[in-house]
Design a protein around this ligand. Structure first.
Ligand code: SF4
Ligand code: SF4
Length: 82
């Protein structure tokens, strides 16, 4: 059975700390940092379990997310896309 797996690269220095990305993530794998970036805002950190759904990238007003997704077929991984 095919399963979508993904990851995101987060540009923490662009983040304004609005937290819109936290509740929009279906598997809830984003959490805000304790540390702050150079302009004083907390930013999201990624835990395991991203599906690559891209909702975080769609909602972020500051374009902080690059999303990468693969489809896993049993024990093979193929089809990497942004
Ligand atoms: S791509 Fe989807 S699953 Fe992954 S962190 Fe963003 S909202 Fe969450
Ligand atoms: S939606 Fe974007 S700007 Fe807002 S907290 Fe998340 S990464 Fe930062």
């Amino acid at each position: 059975m095919a399963k979508s797996i993904g990851t995101v690269v987060i540009d923490a220095e662009r983040c304004k700390g609005c937290e819109l990305c936290i509740p929009v993530c279906p598997p809830r794998v984003l959490e805000m940092s304790v540390a702050v970036n150079a302009i004083g805002f907390r930013y999201p950190l990624l835990r395991d379990g991203c599906t690559g759904c891209e909702l975080c990238a769609e909602i972020c007003p500051d374009y902080c997310f690059d999303v990468y997704r693969s489809v896993k077929h049993d024990d093979a991984v193929s089809g990497v896309s942004a």
